[in-house]
Design a protein around this ligand. Structure first.
Ligand code: ATP
Length: 744
């Protein structure tokens, strides 16, 4: 890689387009004071991405643009373009030629182009840093700037050396990593804080969702248990309701029939009772008693008459055959007549007729009194009277006999009627007993039937309660599980072994099992109530999103932590690399420095020395002893004094040149621009300087701005810069003689 060409257009005093071709290892630029030579060195800085306007002797970007003169008006933009040969691909672009162009506008805006493509400043920096053309510009030594390397402090000097050693890339990478590390740590704390903030809500939602999931499980279980319970219950209730309703039909009808029959029997019995107490029978009995009484009276009258007739007949007969009678004695015949009269009357007596007996006895007493009285008065013959009376009595007897016969007939008739009535009564009575038997049988049957119906009814009542329970359960199921709970009928009931259970098995199952199922349902309902019906879909969605976000953050956190570790590792690696390469570089530069120094001064010694420097961090009060700085140790030959402060102007110039050259030797940049570095040298030192330049030119292309003849003499190409009355710098190729003339 080498510098091929520089084109300046509108930059500072180069109002017009000027081209410089660098076809030799050493190019010298010569010209009078103020002609614009240093502007060329600055144009290099500019095109390579220098951001400090001050280092290009300006205050603001505008100062870099042709400001105009009396003859030439000012420009609106400054543009510098540099072309490198890149056949060796020192620049990491796959082109044989690399053109870098920078333009600054009056509004301060900058444009960068790489091979005519617009790029960022960063891209230009990266490209150049990799080719050891650092942005600190250690390869561009401006006028009076050679001394900077001596005047700088240990820290700044260290940076210059790092740049010269090409370690800037690592520094950049290290700083980039540190910046990334900080950013990553910030991100970590942000992510942690986000997670911390979201954690309580996430925990809360997790609990809710878990609860909801448990609730869903319980609902699922409840649905199955409900389906089985309802299916079984419905089947059971419907079946037994039909069965009992059917079973009730026959006994109910029978009961109606039995009741009807019973009514009939009761009617019969009621009628019989009426007959029993009938007036007919009572009147028949009263009639009979009357007739009997009449007959008895008739008999009594008849027998009374017969007795009187018999008495009269015996008295008449006695009167006829009158025996001697003793006063006061009763004749035997009279006594016999009396006895036979009493006998006839007593024969009429019935065993149980007390009243009749009493009457008869009364009559007897009367007769006996009359007999006794008769005996006393019957002193006279009464036969004729007796006969008359007898005759009368006999006619009376006839009448009495007729009356008696009639009375007997009447009584017999009444007796017959009564007997008929009694027979009828008996028949009724028999019928009644039969009816009573029937009644008792029917009552028994009724009782049995009623019991049967009652039992069925009580079973039905239980069943009705079960049916009410079933309805209530169904309603509760719908409330808890929704309308789908009514689909229970499609549920296939299975036993514990998983076998399908048919209707017969369901309806004949022990009821306690169904009660247990109901109990299980109640338990599940309580659990469901405790858990609540569950989270809404929105909550689940929200939780899923929050969880996904948290997982994402957790993943991000772990990625960030991994990045932190990687970055820390990278920083350590960079530090190690920087440290080792820096130490090695310092050693090599020391060697070169000593060699250039002794060459320049014909002896003495020069070295770089690493020192620890304490720096204050920006935000902390405490001091930190972390950085390494570089000090210079020089001693001139034949002189006792040591230290940079003691050097003369020329000696300082030589020392700084020696150091710059040493730095360039260790890690040669593709080109070096030296702006009047040789200004302070006397003739002898100018020659030595010239020798060193030639040595240097073997490793780096050199562009030397100079007034020094010796230096000019070493150049392969010479450019003269002139400035006319218009204030515009111009370039022209010149020969050594011309250049030497200008230099003078
Ligand atoms: P010396 O030999 O004395 O170091 P030089 O050849 O290096 O001189 P420069 O310092 O490059 O000269 O050029 C300075 C000249 O450039 C000045 O005359 C200055 O007026 C001119 N100049 C600087 N900036 C601008 C600008 N923006 N517009 C026009 N002219 C400018």
């Amino acid at each position: 890689m080498y510098l091929k060409e520089l084109t300046i257009n509108g930059f500072k005093s180069f109002a017009k387009k000027s081209e410089l071709k660098f076809t030799a290892p050493i190019t010298s630029i010569v010209g009078p004071n103020g002609s614009g030579k240093s502007n060329i060195a600055e144009s290099f800085r500019f095109v390579l991405g220098e951001q400090s306007v001050k280092s290009m002797r300006g205050k603001k970007g505008e100062d870099l643009i042709w400001g105009g003169s009396e003859k030439v008006s000012r420009g609106n933009r400054a543009s510098v373009q540099v072309i490198f040969d890149n056949k060796n691909r020192a620049l990491a672009l796959d082109f044989d030629e690399v053109k870098i162009e920078r333009t600054v506008h009056r509004d301060g805006q900058n444009e960068y182009k790489l091979n005519d493509s617009t790029v960022r400043l960063k891209d230009v920096h990266e490209l150049l840093a990799n080719a050891n053309i650092g942005s600190t510009g250690h390869h561009i030594i401006s006028q009076g700037e050679a001394d900077r390397v001596l005047a700088a402090g240990p820290k700044e000097r260290r940076e210059m050396i790092e740049d010269a050693l090409g370690l800037k890339v690592y520094q950049l990478k290290k700083h980039e990593s540190e910046r990334k590390l900080e950013k990553t740590k910030e991100n970590i704390s942000q992510v942690e804080s986000l997670r911390r903030e979201a954690a309580p809500h996430l925990r809360y939602m997790k609990k809710q969702v878990e609860k909801a999931e448990r609730s869903l499980e319980v609902q699922k279980e409840l649905k199955l248990k409900y389906a089985e319970y309802l299916k079984r219950e419905d089947t059971y209730v419907a079946f037994h309701f039909d069965r009992l309703t059917q079973e009730r039909v026959a006994p109910t009808a029978q009961l109606t029939e039995v009741k009807k029959k019973l009514e009939e029997v009761k009617t019969i019995l009621a009628k019989t009772e009426e007959v029993e107490e009938s007036a007919d029978l009572k009147s028949a009995e009263a009639t009979l008693a009357e007739a009997t009484k009449v007959r008895q009276v008739a008999e009594k009258a008849h027998s009374g008459i017969e007795g009187q007739i018999s008495f009269l007949e015996r008295r008449i007969s006695a009167a006829v055959n009158k025996p001697a009678e003793t006063d006061g004695f009763i004749k035997r015949s009279a006594l016999e007549k009396l006895v036979s009269g009493i006998e006839s009357e007593t024969t009429l007596l019935k065993d149980d007729d007390v009243s009749v007996l009493k009457n008869t006895l009364d009559e007897l007493v009367k007769k006996l009194r009359a007999f006794l009285n008769e005996g006393k008065v019957e002193q006279v013959d009464t036969t004729e009277a007796d006969k008359k009376e007898l005759s009368e009595l006999q006619s009376e007897l006839e009448k009495a006999t007729v009356a008696l016969e009639k009375a007997r007939h009447d009584e017999s008739r009444v007796q017959e009627k009564l007997a008929a009535l009694q027979t009828e009564q008996q028949a009724e009575s028999n019928k009644n007993r039969e009816a009573e038997r029937d009644m008792f049988a029917l009552i028994n049957e009724q009782r049995e039937l009623e019991l049967k119906v009652k039992n069925i009814d009580s079973e039905l009542a239980v069943l009705n309660r079960d049916r009410d329970d079933f309805k209530q359960q169904l309603q509760e199921a719908v409330t808890l599980l929704g309308q789908s709970a009514t689909d229970y009928f499609t549920y296939e009931v299975r036993d514990e072994a998983g076998q399908s259970v048919d209707e017969d098995q369901i309806v004949s199952e022990d009821r306690s099992k169904q009660k247990n199922r109901q109990f299980e349902l109640e338990k599940l309902k309580i659990r469901l109530e405790e858990l609540g019906v569950g989270a809404t879909e929105d909550l689940v969605k929200e939780y899923e999103e929050a969880k996904a976000r948290d997982e994402f953050l957790a993943k991000e956190l772990s990625d960030l932590e991994e990045s932190v570790e990687n970055l820390k590792k990278l920083i350590v690696e960079m530090d190690e690399k920087l440290h080792s390469q820096f130490s090695a570089g310092v050693e090599r530069i020391t060697k070169e420095f000593h060699s250039f120094f002794t060459l320049m001064f014909g002896g003495g010694s020069a070295a770089l020395k690493q020192v620890e420097i304490k720096v204050r961090s920006d935000d902390e009060e405490e001091e930190k002893a972390v950085q390494t700085g570089v000090e210079l140790e020089v001693s001139l030959p034949n002189k006792r004094v040591k230290g940079l402060e003691m050097l003369s102007g020329g000696e300082r110039a030589l020392t700084s040149i020696a150091l710059i050259f040493a730095m360039s030797q260790v890690n040669p940049p593709p080109f070096i621009i030296l702006d009047e570095t040789d200004a302070a040298l006397d003739e002898a030192n100018s020659r030595r300087y010239g020798d060193m330049i030639e040595a240097l030119a073997k490793k780096s292309q050199l562009v030397l701005i100079t007034h020094n003849r010796e230096t000019m003499s070493r150049a392969g190409v010479l450019y003269g810069i002139t400035m006319g009355g218009d204030g515009v710098s111009k370039t022209l190729s010149v020969q050594f003689e011309e250049a030497a003339a200008v230099a003078k």
